[in-house]
Design a protein around this ligand. Structure first.
Ligand code: PMP
Length: 394
C-alpha cells in the first residue's frame, strides 16, 4: 500500500541517534553514544515507598483523570525551587508535561506555521530539530562559542530575518556541554528585548552543575520568554515528567494544545513524584548525582588528554552529561564511527546536531552512563580508532 502520509512526515528523518543506539546495544561495545542518566542515581526504594503511600492513602483519587495544567502542589514545589534560583514564577505559570520533550512539541504547535523562522544554536539538540521540523519552519542557525551563542550573529539574524523563536539550551548544552556565561545571558536578554522573537529556553541539566557557580536562566531577565524543565535528570527519565513555564497568554494556548494532545500528563506519576519530593532530601540526592557525574566527567577529560591525539579539541563542561570533541579539520566523525565500532566503542557523529552546514569533524560523548573503568577503556579504544583514521588519511 502506498500510504498517503502528510508532507511533513517526508521531511523528518528518524532520529539518527536512535538508529545508532541499535548498533551500540551489543554488550561488548562501550557506548558514549546514548544520553542516559546513570541508573545508580535512580531512587528506587524511595519511589516504591512514595507509590505505596499514595495508593494506601488516596488510591481511588490518584487513579482518576485530572486537570491539564497538572497537580497544583507539584507545580508549587517547582515554583518554590525557582525562587531559590532568583526566578519569580507563580504556580499558574507552570504546566506539567510529558517530559520536556513535550514542551518542544507544544511550542512548535502553538507558534509555528510552515516557513516561519526559527533560530537554533549550531550545533543543537537533535530532537528539537525533529519536534520543530514537523511544523516545516525555516531554520536559521547561530554558532555556539565557548560561553554561549555568538551574539552579534544572533542580533544580525533577528534584524534581517523574520524570526518567531530562538531555541537555546543555556546550561550544559546537549550536545556540546557549553554553558552561557552571565555576560552572554544578559546580552541575549538585551537583544531579545529589542525584537519580537521569543526565547525558548530549554534547561534539563541546570541542576546538574558540579563545578563553578549557579547562574539563573535567561528567563529571570526576560519574563516574556518560555522555559522548560524536567525531572528526567534528577529523579527518573522513564517517569516522563517535565514542565513548561510561560506567560499567561502563551499558557492559555499551551493548555489548549495539550488538551488536544493528551488531556493531561500521567496524574498517578505526578502524585508519585510529588510524594517522593515531599518525603525525601531532594537537594541531597542532587548533590550525589553531581558528585557521581563530576568524577565520570573528570575521568573522561583525563582520558581524552591521555589517549587521544593532542590535535583533538574538546569542551570541559561544568555540568550535565555530555562533552563535545572536534577532530582535526578534514576528518569525518562518520568515517571514524565505523572504525570505532570495529574497536567496540561508540559515540554520536556531530552531523546529526546541525540544521545546516554540519561540521563533520565533530562528535558527542556522553559520560554519565559509563563507570570510570569503562571510560578509561573506551577512550583507549577511541584513541586507537582515531589513529587508524589518521593513518588511513596519510
Ligand atoms: N531537551 C534537551 C536539551 C535534552 O537533552 C533532553 C533529553 N535528552 C530533553 C529536552 C528531553 O528530556 P525529557 O523529555 O526527558 O525531559
Amino acid at each position: 500500500m502506498n500510504y498517503p502520509f502528510a508532507r511533513r512526515m517526508h521531511k523528518i528523518p528518524r532520529s539518527f541517534v536512535r538508529e545508532i543506539l541499535k548498533v551500540t546495544e551489543e554488550p561488548e561495545i562501550i557506548s558514549f553514544a546514548g544520553g542516559l542518566p546513570n541508573p545508580l542515581s535512580f531512587p528506587v526504594e524511595a519511589v516504591k515507598k512514595a507509590t505505596s503511600k499514595i495508593l494506601d492513602e488516596e488510591g481511588e483519587q490518584v487513579l482518576q483523570y485530572s486537570t491539564t495544567e497538572g497537580y497544583a502542589p507539584l507545580r508549587d514545589f517547582i515554583a518554590r525551587r525557582y525562587s531559590h534560583q532568583g526566578l519569580n514564577v507563580d504556580v499558574d505559570d507552570i504546566m506539567i508535561t510529558n517530559g520536556s520533550q513535550q514542551c518542544l512539541d507544544l511550542v512548535g504547535k502553538i507558534f509555528l506555521d510552515q516557513n516561519d523562522g526559527v533560530v537554533m544554536e549550531r550545533p543543537t539538540y537533535l530532537a528539537a530539530i525533529q519536534a520543530f521540523g514537523l511544523s516545516e519552519p525555516k531554520f536559521h542557525s547561530v554558532p555556539l562559542l565557548e560561553d554561549g551563542v555568538d551574539t552579534p550573529t544572533l542580533e544580525k539574524l533577528l534584524r534581517t530575518e523574520d524570526v518567531k523563536l530562538f531555541y537555546a539550551v543555556t546550561s550544559f548544552q546537549n550536545p556540546t556541554g557549553i554553558t552561557y556565561s552571565k555576560k552572554k545571558r544578559k546580552e541575549v536578554a538585551d537583544i531579545l528585548t529589542d525584537h519580537d522573537t521569543i526565547l525558548v529556553e530549554d534547561n534539563p541539566y541546570g541542576d546538574i552543575r558540579f563545578m563553578g557557580e549557579d547562574i539563573p536562566p535567561i528567563k529571570a531577565q526576560l519574563p516574556d520568554s518560555v522555559l522548560f524543565g524536567t525531572f528526567s535528570k534528577i529523579v527518573s527519565p522513564g517517569m516522563r515528567m517535565g514542565w513548561i513555564v510561560a506567560p499567561p497568554e502563551v499558557m492559555d494556548k499551551l493548555v489548549t494544545a495539550k488538551q488536544a494532545s493528551d488531556l493531561h500528563s500521567n496524574y498517578f506519576t505526578q502524585r508519585v513524584v510529588y510524594q517522593y519530593l515531599k518525603d525525601n532530601d531532594v537537594d541531597g540526592h542532587i548533590q550525589n548525582i553531581r558528585k557521581l557525574y563530576k568524577s565520570q566527567r573528570d575521568q573522561m577529560v583525563k582520558s581524552i588528554k591521555e589517549f587521544l591525539p593532542s590535535e583533538v579539541n574538546h569542551t570541559e563542561p561544568e555540568g550535565g552529561m555530555f562533552l563535545w570533541i572536534t577532530l582535526p579539520e578534514g576528518m569525518s566523525s562518520l568515517e571514524l564511527f565505523d572504525l570505532a565500532i570495529e574497536e567496540k566503542v561508540a559515540f554520536v557523529p556531530g552531523e546529526a546536531f546541525y540544521t545546516e552546514n554540519p561540521e563533520v569533524n565533530t562528535m558527542r560523548l556522553n559520560f554519565s552512563n559509563c563507570c570510570e573503568d569503562e571510560i578509561v577503556e573506551g577512550m583507549q579504544r577511541l584513541g586507537r580508532a582515531i589513529k587508524k583514521l589518521v593513518d588511513a588519511k596519510k
